[in-house]
Ligand binder design. Structure first.
Ligand code: ADP
Ligand code: ADP
Ligand code: ZN
Ligand code: ZN
Length: 823
């Protein structure tokens, strides 16, 4: 079927990626198409795994024919035919690994414009030469501060770190930064040879000797005198080279390939703001240029709201003169008006999207996935592309209903400039606005993968099988609203962090609390940072969280912390970063399975122990892929692409290990089972059965046991963590903190999740959620609403009380939405 210019549909025939059941479906172009269905039903497999993957494959084939062989190795999507498919752009939520140098400004490309403004239209010190735009970026040779090379910070060793215990002598290891073993002994001998006493406490040495030992760049080569060494009297004299502690640490950091050595060396290093550039990373000439009195570093630190206020007067100048290349200031020129106007209109889109509290200089690593996605969407809006399909992954995730409306307007603008939108979405208010809905189901995994409905939204009402229809048309059972009363309070006073300034808040104990508010109001700062750090500190629990800040908690007073004996954070971060971790290993279920195989008579005859059945141990694993089941393929533009292992075809084990069977299945077969299938197969293995039950209860019955951590969505990872918690029945009083647990979940899955959270509270625990889903908020016992806006406009408790009380509050952005839900 040739592409027909008047046929406005994409035709998919025989799609069978993952769980899709050889489906045929037609989707309109130039429309917003919503893909719905319970988690695991196959929405992403169709939208991303089939449609986007095929568009991407065609693109690579056209631009890089030599990549074809590699593409074949990775595999084309399993589909017979797709016609009418435009080029596609994916705007996914999944976190990549943003580099620490990327910022909001680089992500949106707004930084380029701002640099141009400073270069062409800035005010220069008298007589100074105009600088090129690149001189305003710390990441270029022209712009970088010569002291810190553009990093904005300097790293140096510090005496208190190099010598943590000054009461020790050098012989007893005062200089902790020096290496151990032979090299350490060598340095000790050299020190003795040059005449420094190695047996008195460090603090009793002369200042100049201490400085020399720690900081000198000299590397004297001395004939080491070994007389009087009791332990090594047969040793000969030799020439040894001295290394000061700083020299040694720097050398290690520059040279070592071992992460362990590097980590150890970093313990002696302190990072400080570079004083030469004040942390901006820019060289002095660039910092001397101003626009409206501010240098570019100051402008980068402004919120978007402040930035527009700064530049609007320039953008609106009506009597601008022509630019001159030698004037000291270009601020009132036509160029300035054009560039400022461009910046203001582009920043306006970000304000519309509720991101006015962000600044250009904000590091992209500190953005939430929802913030990053909205920035990318806004950037696309300016790209001027038309005739493409944007494939989006839950654009409403992480958004307060007040923030979702402007996002939908932006999506409408993308559509009206001639593009198609394919949106995987759970939020019913977004789904209602779609032109077309494709509902996949009816269940998850093997029980899903069929198209239940494809057509305008209203028509779904007739489809009885559709769980989405149940929720969309009010047939579903509402969430429970137990309305519990608190058993005491946690009182926090004077919290200061990010936009929270001297905030006081009371958190009720032994109930389910939802913390609400628009994006940027301070919810995550309060819950996943301050509250979590306070309780962790109180419990003396080590942080398992590498992202958590190392600052002291800024709180004046906290009472009630003693009521918790455990802190559990259940977040959406991956359960592992390599395909080696999976559902079965994470939950501990796999230990039981390996024992089962090692206990078979065949395994015992052959002497195979439990280790033999681990794909991480040489004995039993496939050597080609080292037990990964996949080999990674270096593919231009597509980092981290995996292809099935040519030897074991994904089984992960060597042939001998696979010969061992339990009830007709080998261990690789077990990893291929879904949780549901495994629940039957392992029904009489109590420890396994318990994990499998809790996994089913949180709606993950469709996942395969061996599904690599890297393939799991954030929502799946979070529910695995929750199930793992639930399977350990414990007494005591734990505080559970969850950051948007419902993001990425179908309303039916939300119902399962919320039921489990209520069971935790019933068992005597306290649960606190950052939450946007109105049904979940309505189901909570207590609500703390932050706001009223984002950034500086937020950070206050606007309303707090039962959902009913908060719904009745004035001045709360959440109240009107909650009111509508409660009536
Ligand atoms: P949804 O987007 O509706 O939540 P998915 O399309 O992600 O569902 O998943 C549909 C089914 O395909 C699930 O059973 C899931 O476990 C499976 N699946 C998803 N990704 C992969 C993958 N990379 N390899 C194998 N199976 C997968
Ligand atoms: P919410 O969770 O309600 O969306 P956050 O707690 O993430 O809000 O953010 C509250 C404020 O703190 C915002 O102004 C945000 O820009 C700021 N903020 C959050 N994280 C950081 C950070 N790592 N560095 C600087 N500012 C931050
Ligand atoms: Zn510097
Ligand atoms: Zn292999």
């Amino acid at each position: 079927m040739p592409d027909d210019p008047i046929d406005h549909f994409v035709h998919v025939r025989g799609a069978s990626e993952h769980n899709l059941k050889h489906i045929d479906v037609d989707l309109p172009r130039d429309a917003m198409v919503a893909f719905t269905g319970v988690s695991g039903s196959g929405k992403s497999s169709l939208a991303f795994g089939t449609l986007y993957a095929e568009a991407q494959r065609r693109y690579f084939e056209s631009v890089a024919p030599y990549a074809r062989r590699l593409l074949q190795q990775v595999g084309a999507p399993h589909v017979q035919e797709i016609t009418g498919l435009p080029p596609a752009v994916a705007l996914q939520q999944r976190r990549g690994a943003p580099s620490s140098r990327s910022t909001v400004g680089t992500l949106t490309t707004l930084s380029n414009l701002l640099r141009m403004l400073y270069s062409r239209a800035g005010t220069y010190p008298q007589g100074a030469k105009r600088l090129g735009a690149e001189a305003f970026s710390p990441n270029t040779a022209a712009g970088a501060c010569p002291v810190c090379h553009g990093l904005g910070e300097v790293h140096d060793v510090a005496e208190d770190l190099l010598v943590p215990d000054p009461s020790l002598s050098i012989r007893d290891g005062a200089i902790a930064a020096w290496p151990g073993a032979w090299q350490g002994k060598n340095l000790l001998r050299i020190t003795k040879t040059v005449g420094i006493d190695v047996d008195v406490p460090w603090r009793d040495l002369a200042r100049k000797d201490r400085d020399w030992l720690l900081y000198t760049d000299e590397q004297p080569r001395v004939l080491v005198d070994r007389r009087g060494e009791a332990d090594d009297s047969t040793g000969r004299d030799y020439y040894g080279t001295f290394w000061s502690a700083r020299k040694y640490v720097r050398h290690t950091l520059a040279d070592t390939k071992s992460q362990m050595m590097r980590d150890k060396a970093m313990r002696f290093v302190r990072s400080d703001t570079c004083t030469a550039c004040g942390g901006t990373g820019l060289q002095p000439d660039s910092l001397a240029v101003t626009v409206r009195g501010l240098n570019i570093a100051a402008t980068n630190a402004l919120s978007f709201v402040e930035l527009t206020a700064l530049l609007r007067p320039v953008a609106e100048l009506t009597h601008a003169g022509a630019a001159t290349s030698y004037a000291d200031s270009g601020e009132a020129t036509e160029v300035a008006v054009r560039l400022a106007g461009d910046l203001v209109s582009r920043v306006q889109v970000l304000l519309d999207l509720g991101l006015g509290y962000l600044s250009l200089g904000r590091s992209s690593t500190t953005l939430s996935p929802g913030e990053a996605q909205r920035l990318r969407i806004a950037t696309q809006l300016r790209s001027g592309l038309f005739g493409v399909v944007y494939v989006l992954d839950e654009p409403s995730a992480g958004l307060h209903p007040a923030d979702a409306a402007p996002l939908l307007d932006v999506l409408d603008r993308l559509k009206s400039s001639g593009n198609s939108l394919f949106v995987v979405e759970h939020d019913l208010d977004v789904v209602r606005r779609a032109d077309w809905i494709i509902d996949i189901g009816p269940g998850a995994g093997e029980h899903g993968g069929q198209v239940l409905y494809s057509g305008p939204v209203d028509g779904l009402e007739q489809v009885e099988e559709s769980v989405t229809g149940d929720y969309l048309f009010g047939r579903a059972e509402p969430l429970e609203r137990p309305g519990r009363s608190p058993h005491g309070w946690l009182h926090l006073q004077g919290i200061t962090r990010h936009n929270l300034s001297d905030l006081s808040v009371d958190v009720p104990l032994c109930v389910l609390t939802a913390v609400t508010g628009v994006s940027g109001s301070g919810k995550s700062t309060l819950v996943t940072q301050v509250l979590s750090e306070l309780v962790r500190q109180h419990l003396g629990q080590a942080s398992d969280d590498e992202e958590e800040t190392a600052f002291a908690v800024d709180v004046d007073d906290a009472t009630g912390l003693e009521s918790f004996d455990r802190l559990v954070r259940v977040d959406q971060r991956p359960i592992g970063r390599t395909p080696r971790s999976n559902l079965a290993t994470y939950t501990g279920l796999f230990d039981a399975v390996r024992k089962l195989y090692a206990a078979t008579s065949e395994a015992r005859e052959r002497g195979y122990g439990v280790g033999r059945f681990s794909f991480n141990v040489a004995e039993g694993r496939c050597e080609t892929c080292q037990g990964e089941g996949f080999v990674s393929v270096e593919l231009l533009f597509l980092p981290g692409t995996y292809a099935p292992c040519p030897t074991c075809h994904g089984a992960r084990y060597n042939a001998e290990t696979l010969e061992i069977q339990y009830r007709g299945r080998n261990i690789a077969d077990v990893l291929a089972l879904s949780v549901e299938e495994a629940a039957d197969f392992l029904a009489d293995v109590p420890s396994a059965a318990r994990s499998l039950t809790t996994l089913r209860e949180v709606g993950l019955g469709y996942l395969r046991l061996g599904q690599p951590a890297t393939e799991l969505s954030g929502g799946e990872a979070q529910r695995i963590k929750l199930a793992t918690e639930l399977q350990r029945a414990r007494r005591g009083h734990a505080l559970y903190l969850l950051d948007e647990p419902t993001a990425g979940l179908h309303p039916a899955d939300i119902a399962l999740l919320v039921r489990q959270l209520h069971r935790l509270v019933d068992a005597g625990n306290t649960v606190v959620l950052v939450e946007h889903d109105l049904d979940t908020i309505a189901s909570a016992d207590w609500v703390i609403d932050l706001g009223p806006g984002g950034g500086d406009a937020g950070g206050h408790v606007v309303a707090t009380g039962t959902p009913g009380e908060v719904a009745a509050a004035t001045g709360s952005a959440t109240a009107p939405y909650l009111r509508a839900r409660l009536t």
